[in-house]
Design a protein around this ligand. Structure first.
Ligand SMILES: C[S@@+](CC[C@H](N)C(=O)[O-])C[C@H]1O[C@@H](n2cnc3c(N)ncnc32)[C@H](O)[C@@H]1O
Length: 214
């Protein structure tokens, strides 16, 4: 288990606290409507689904969601989410190896995962996902923008430009977590080899990148 995986396994039961931040409620409500509208009728591969917070909303309109995470601890919680019967399959899988996970999928979603991918691993992750889906598939990525006073401060930057935060669990344990805050041009550059058309929606706290695979 990598330090990142270990952190999310330990944080599983307290993870959804991030969706309680008062100042973010209006934007989260918008996203809870935006994602189901985007994926209506689609067969969706969701990577790094965590506790299934977004899965439950996407599943309301999608034809089917295959939701994967590397951590059994978060999948246990995800499996308790109220989802329409037969519409969601939760599976333990690595986001970097999505091949064969979702036959017939025509869409993909990753929530708050991009920011945890090392810059030097982005192309490997994106190309793996592109290879697992048909041309024309709809892809949406949702993640955080850095907002001083609301976001956890950045504690350091490494040689390749990845940034880190120090996060404390309720147990008192502190973990250093890789958390990148890509600019609009970083996002455009990263998806250019795979995206036929890309559109970035930015709110104060979040960004949502939507594109179709070449
Ligand atoms: C910030 S959480 C996002 C969870 C969920 N998508 C959400 O938006 O609420 C990141 C998730 O990535 C998972 N993860 C870490 N490494 C992974 C990997 N290599 N493949 C798949 N999931 C991974 C962690 O277990 C954690 O659940």
């Amino acid at each position: 288990m990598t330090p990142h995986e270990d952190y999310y396994a330990k944080r599983a039961r307290e993870y959804e606290g991030i969706y309680d931040k008062a100042e973010r409620q209006e934007e989260l409500a918008w996203l809870r409507g935006r994602l189901p509208a985007l994926f209506a009728g689609r067969r969706v591969l969701e990577v790094a689904c965590g506790t299934g917070y977004w899965t439950q909303f996407i599943a309301r309109t999608a034809a089917h969601v295959t939701a994967c995470d590397i951590n059994e601890a978060v999948l246990e919680i995800a499996r308790e989410k109220p989802v329409p019967p037969g519409r969601v399959r939760f599976a333990r899988a690595d986001a970097f190896s999505p091949g064969g996970l979702c036959e017939g999928c025509d869409a993909a979603f990753a929530g708050f995962w991009w920011s945890h991918v090392r810059k030097s691993d982005l192309a490997r992750w994106l190309s793996g996902m592109a290879a697992a889906l048909p041309s024309g598939a709809l892809v949406a990525m949702l993640d955080n923008r850095f907002v001083a006073g609301s976001s956890t401060p950045v504690s350091r930057r490494d040689a390749e430009g990845n940034t880190y935060q120090l996060r404390q669990l309720k147990s008192g344990e502190t973990h250093e977590v890789l958390k990148n805050f890509p600019s609009a041009s970083d996002l455009a550059d990263a998806v250019r080899p795979f995206a036929a058309e890309a559109h970035l929606e930015e709110t104060q706290y979040y960004w949502l990148l939507v594109f179709r695979l070449k």
